[in-house]
Design a protein around this ligand. Structure first.
Ligand SMILES: [Zn+2]
Length: 286
């Protein structure tokens, strides 16, 4: 937070502050996703699997490339924390910071979830979002953010001196450890900043701090993704429930989340190709 008590202000301060912003990463030069292919494909989806994520827990599941997956609000308003990894390479993981820099603080239909360096390619594309109507509210809040990181036991210990073992960070560690049969220590290195599915968040107008408010999600709402590469997805049903009051504790009412995985006829995806990893040479002026 920036203090308003500054003891020096240059004479041309207002002039300097009045300079107009420019977009850091204009996305007009990005190759657009073949949305019409996705929209055609999703008309003939065949459900092939379903996973229930229990409250205050997480699970990992595979989504083959060219498939779709949906995250459903199952029993009541509930927030989910999503991690993505390349199925055969855990080092290639979702990069929420760069995704935010490209599309903004909150994601919806047509936005893509990019992987980290040195790969930097779309891992998944959002193809439907029943909360797309929400837009931005009068507090500046919206849903499905890439600004929060994930609830975690370290911050909880630092702020409240309490031990809590069912934060999304810990839930995702257990889920990845089980899925890949690796130790908790190894799994923890691969857990990363999330897409906050269904969570309603923003920055306060006065102090610009990260805030949350009750998720507008209702039973039957869902967000749908197209899998651009073979994925492992990890999803935690956050201990914050609808995140209207608290998280990182057993205080909130929590519900399960339902994941559905769908196959589609490949001939509906004529213009789609698996994205290549970044073509940057990697020389870094060597
Ligand atoms: Zn959480």
């Amino acid at each position: 937070m920036k203090s308003s008590k500054v003891n020096y202000k240059p004479k041309d301060a207002e002039k300097r502050k009045a300079i107009k912003p420019v977009i850091c990463y204009p996305i007009e030069s990005l190759k657009p996703p073949p949305m019409q292919d996705y929209f055609n494909a999703r008309k003939s989806l065949k459900k092939i699997d379903q996973i229930i994520i229990p409250p205050r827990d997480a699970k990992c599941f595979k989504v083959p490339k060219g498939h779709f997956f949906r995250i459903y609000c199952e029993n009541g308003p509930q927030v989910g924390d999503l991690n993505l990894w390349c199925h055969n390479n855990l080092d290639e993981k979702f990069y929420s910071g760069k995704t935010r820099a490209l599309y903004g603080t909150h994601l919806s239909t047509k936005d893509r979830l990019w992987s980290c360096f040195p790969y930097l390619r779309p891992m998944a594309t959002i193809t439907h979002d029943t909360l797309g109507w929400y837009g931005y509210d009068s507090d500046g809040g919206s849903v499905h953010d890439v600004i929060g990181t994930r609830c975690d036991p370290y911050t909880e210990k630092t702020l409240s001196n309490k031990e809590y073992h069912f934060c999304c960070h810990s839930n995702l560690i257990r889920a990845l450890s089980n899925y890949k049969n690796i130790s908790y220590e190894k799994a923890e290195k691969y857990v990363h900043d999330v897409l906050n599915v269904f969570m309603c968040t923003g920055f306060t107008k006065d102090t610009h701090q990260y805030f949350m408010k009750a998720s507008p999600v209702r039973v039957g709402d869902y967000i749908e993704f197209f899998s651009e590469i073979d994925l492992i997805a990890g999803l935690s049903a956050c201990p914050g429930g609808d995140c209207s009051t608290s998280h990182s504790s057993d205080d909130a009412i929590c519900h399960p989340l339902r994941v559905e995985i769908y196959k589609c006829p490949r001939d509906n995806l004529n213009n789609w190709k698996e994205p290549k990893i970044s073509e940057y040479s990697g020389k870094h002026n060597r």
